[in-house]
Design a binder for this molecule. Structure first.
Ligand code: HEC
Length: 193
């Protein structure tokens, strides 16, 4: 491409252009050095370029509009600081915790042996900026470690409410749901914004 354009220019003017790097220069040269029918072709293709440009711009506007609505959807995402469980749910979760988790994760939630802490910086490091869905799936599919799958979905949500309460995330007026699509809208933020 570049080589051809340079050649066209050279044959037209007979001397080398001092700056042969730019594409724009190349295409200017193509225009000047072509005969009439070709020039018409060039004009036509320029016109169709314009049409294409208009189409591209309106397409771009669509993308921007879609981007806006995506942003709006995103802004409905909650944080665990927004009160995403109820006190009553956390109390129920505390019962489940005693029955199914305390033997390994302890009353302090710090965990013994391999049982990872469910409070403090290590816990936050594991889950910060993740969605509650991640914690829900982890517990639902692998905890209690010695009997995975033994909790109902509601018990898993309750026990998370208990863990949140223990970690001093505020309670609110709606229970933490078991619907994973909704749990994907709640972000585990380490600090209140
Ligand atoms: C028999 C011991 C045992 C019991 C009971 C148990 N866990 Fe665990 N838990 C572990 C071990 C070991 C790990 C670390 C290995 C892993 O992540 O799978 C762990 C890890 C976890 C993690 C991941 C922490 C992280 O940093 O990623 C969570 C969350 C968790 N447990 C929650 C629970 C909950 C909630 C219960 C009760 C329903 C429970 N566990 C019951 C042993 C146990």
């Amino acid at each position: 491409m570049y080589g051809q354009r340079t050649h066209a220019y050279l044959t037209q003017s007979g001397e080398a252009w001092p700056e042969r790097g730019s594409e724009v220069m190349g295409s200017e040269v193509d225009c000047v050095s072509t005969s009439d029918p070709v020039k018409i072709g060039t004009l036509l293709s320029e016109a169709s370029m314009k049409v294409r440009l208009v189409l591209a711009v309106s397409g771009l506007m669509w993308v921007v509009a879609l981007g806006h609505s995506a942003l709006r959807a995103q802004s409905t995402t909650k944080s665990i600081w927004d009160g995403v469980y109820t006190e009553a749910q956390a109390t129920r979760g505390g019962e489940t915790y005693k029955k199914s988790c305390i033997r390994c994760h302890l009353e302090t939630l710090k965990g013994k042996d391999d049982a990872a802490p469910l409070t403090g910086p290590d816990f936050m490091d594991s889950y910060k900026n993740k969605l509650v869905n991640a914690l829900y799936n982890k517990i639902r599919t692998s905890m209690p470690d010695d009997d995975p799958g033994s909790l109902t979905d509601a018990q898993v949500a309750d026990v998370i409410a208990y863990i949140f309460q223990f970690n001093k995330f505020p309670a609110g007026k709606d229970e933490l749901p078991t619907d994973t699509a909704k749990l994907k809208l709640i972000k585990i933020e380490p600090a209140k914004k």
